[in-house]
Design a protein around this ligand. Structure first.
Ligand SMILES: Nc1ncnc2c1ncn2[C@@H]1O[C@H](COP(=O)(O)OP(=O)(O)OP(=O)(O)O)[C@@H](O)[C@H]1O
Ligand SMILES: [Mg+2]
Length: 629
């Protein structure tokens, strides 16, 4: 166990050397230092020197020669007059091969490793190498010396699990540089791997590791220099959850939120999405949930089989974990640590899914810190900049094309846990104003065990229209129209149901009664999905289309049913047949059998064309008769 900070962590970005400043005030996790003799930057990292221990902290505000710092650890024992050592580096993470499969806390300390020795709650002042510095990686250069390369351009690769980890020109390089030397072979992440020369002749030696400040979007500078480009998301991210992919889709490189009351299934849904989504890499940011739940996440993922590779899901996952019992400041930073790691793999051209559970805890951490700094509070005591913090967080999602033409994505899905399930509160509202997919969970549906408990009547996706070309080309020319019709059916079904609460079933027309039955059928067999059935838990998009078409057949059918009992009976049988179909593997004998039975049953009640014409004639004769009268 290394209990010192990593050599990389001691980086001296600003060239100030080691500087110290005395503490002038301590207020829980907030310490103030006198910086009249030292220049400090916002978000600069410092260490409170407490005997042998060094407590990591970050500058949040500099005002009148005083800098306020949040300390990422328990500050008991810290007193006025103690020294803080400033590092000149912003709060940063290490980007290098060896990140996949790791469990980190919000400051990129490897948690599983530390946990083995210290339990899940870390003792103060303990830091470990974020990535193994002794392990060797086979580095294969991709460019030769003399080449002019751009920031973010690929210099070479090394295998990391099932992926090619790309080693790129540092993202903070001001512009094009010349490659003056490149290495090859078995290297550690701190061995020199290449040398670049700037136009002014300054030389820089590169290793396989880079540092990046977590609060700054990784492609920011490259986007400004036009060596990377943001691309508009036009393709769906298949989660294999029918209610999402078909009805309320998320784009690859898009944003979504899952607000839901206590116990409505946010975490279960997140982990279903993590397990089955069509992405390369998953970053799970568990911020501030109950300790028990986090331990569950850490133990569950490695044991979960990856449906895409057959290996362990953990091989392509990074978990960032902070329980609510960890210091609030570490919780606040965890979301940035997670998203920065996501951006790094996106830059290599991979599709990354970042899921944050729950962003409410992150916002609460922000509120606590802001309160301590006595900032002017906004609604419900959240800081006035809550909206802009949420917005800039979700803006880090997206599709990015790098200088080698590689396109990668970060899709960001955050859960929100509003107190009492009240979506009117500030965090939910600010999130809804930012994201493009809203998957609202309802306590009522969870109570009825209608899982996933996404309420289709309140949820929406702005991507449905945005991706219409893709759907037209890949699913059907009328896809978007058909999906909208299905949404309408659900709304109409709900209206009829509300009406029936007043008038009773007898008070509705047969046509309305059948419409209601159809909407219930659609809900039961298509929107609901059994998370614990090996087949039903995950429906590929092609199968979703087939399923949807079958349901559509029922929805669009003119049914020759005259009374409510027959209708009930018909739909009950249809329901059970369809569920069996959902549980049957593709191309299995039982799938074929249930499909046949389903078609026969629908056929038996479908109004024959002749009947339908006759019915229409009767109707028109009747109305002629009525007009004549
Ligand atoms: N898709 C599902 N299928 C079956 N059961 C489910 C499903 N989703 C949730 N549940 C049930 O609901 C319980 C609570 O789910 P979960 O922990 O995901 O809720 P949550 O919204 O994350 O709660 P909290 O607000 O406490 O974080 C689960 O333990 C499980 O029993
Ligand atoms: Mg939860």
């Amino acid at each position: 166990m290394t209990t010192k900070t990593s050599s990389l962590d001691r980086g001296d970005a600003s060239g100030h050397g080691s500087r110290r400043a005395p503490i002038v005030a301590v207020q829980e996790s907030l310490v103030s230092i006198n910086v009249s003799d030292t220049r400090v930057m916002k978000n600069e990292v410092g260490y409170v020197l407490l005997g042998e221990r060094r407590l990591k902290s970050e500058v949040l505000r500099v005002q009148n020669q005083v800098a306020d710092m949040q300390v990422f650890e328990d500050t008991s024992g810290v007193k006025v007059g103690d020294q803080v050592e400033l590092t000149g580096e912003m709060l940063s993470v290490t980007l290098a091969p060896g990140l996949l499969g790791k469990v980190y806390d919000g400051l990129q300390n490897p948690l599983a490793l530390l946990a083995k020795e210290h339990g899940f709650l870390l003792p103060r002042g303990i830091e470990a190498e974020s990535v193994d510095t002794e392990r060797r990686w086979e580095f294969a250069p991709a460019v030769s010396t003399g080449r002019i390369v751009l920031p973010g351009q690929i210099l070479g690769t090394t295998p990391e699990g099932i992926f090619e980890h790309k080693i790129m020109v540092p993202f903070d390089e001001p512009g094009a540089v010349e490659l003056s030397w490149i290495n090859r072979g078995n290297l550690t992440i701190n061995d020199p791997v290449a040398r670049i020369v700037r136009p002014n002749g300054a030389e820089r030696t590169l290793t396989m590791a880079q540092r990046w400040p977590v609060r700054r979007p990784l492609p920011e500078r490259m986007l400004r220099q036009r060596v990377a480009e943001r691309i508009y998301p036009t393709e769906p991210l298949t989660t294999t959850q029918r209610i999402i992919d078909t009805m309320i889709p998320i784009a690859r490189g898009g944003t979504a939120c899952i607000p839901g009351p206590f116990g409505s299934g946010k975490t279960v849904l997140q982990s279903l999405i993590a397990r089955h989504s069509a992405v390369d890499i998953v970053i799970v940011i568990a911020c501030g949930e109950r300790a028990g739940e986090v331990v569950e996440t850490i133990t569950e993922y490695p044991e979960t089989r990856d449906p895409r590779t057959g290996g362990s899901l953990m091989d392509r996952t990074i978990i960032i974990c902070n329980t609510s019992s960890m210091p609030v400041a570490a919780r606040e930073s965890s979301i940035y640590t997670g998203i920065t790691l996501g951006e790094y793999y996106r830059q290599m051209g991979y599709d990354v899914l970042c899921i944050a559970d729950s962003t409410s805890r992150w916002a609460q951490a922000m509120r606590e810190t802001s309160g301590r700094m006595e900032e002017i509070p906004g609604e419900e005591a959240f800081p006035a900049y809550l909206d802009s913090s949420i917005k800039s967080l979700y803006e880090r999602a997206g599709l990015i094309q790098g200088p080698d033409g590689q396109t990668g994505s970060v899709t960001l899905i955050g859960t929100v846990s509003p107190a009492g399930g009240n979506f009117e509160e500030p965090v939910t509202q600010a999130t809804l104003a930012t994201v493009k997919t809203f998957l609202g969970l309802s306590a009522e549906r969870a109570y009825k065990r209608f899982y996933p408990a996404i309420d289709p009547l309140i949820s929406w996706s702005r991507y449905l229209d945005q991706m219409s070309d893709w759907y037209a080309k890949n699913l059907s020319p009328t896809w978007v129209e058909d999906v909208k019709a299905a949404h309408e059916l659900l709304h109409r079904g709900d209206e009829i149901y509300q009406m029936m609460q007043v008038t009773g079933e007898e008070g509705t027309t047969m046509t309305d009664f059948l419409t209601w039955q159809k909407s219930v059928f659609f809900d039961m067999v298509f929107l609901q999905q059994d998370a614990y059935d090996p087949v039903d838990s995950s429906t590929p998009l092609a199968r979703q289309k087939r399923s949807f078409d079958l349901v559509k057949e029922v929805i669009e059918a003119d049914l020759a049913i005259e009374d409510r009992d027959t209708a009930q009976d018909f739909f009950t049988r249809l329901n059970s047949l369809y569920k069996n179909l959902n549980y049957s593997p593709d191309d299995s004998a039982e799938y074929a059998r249930y499909l046949r039975e389903f078609e026969d049953l629908v056929g038996s009640k479908r109004m024959k064309v002749a009947d339908a014409e006759q019915e229409a004639n009767v109707q028109s004769e009747r109305s002629d008769f009525e007009t004549k009268r």
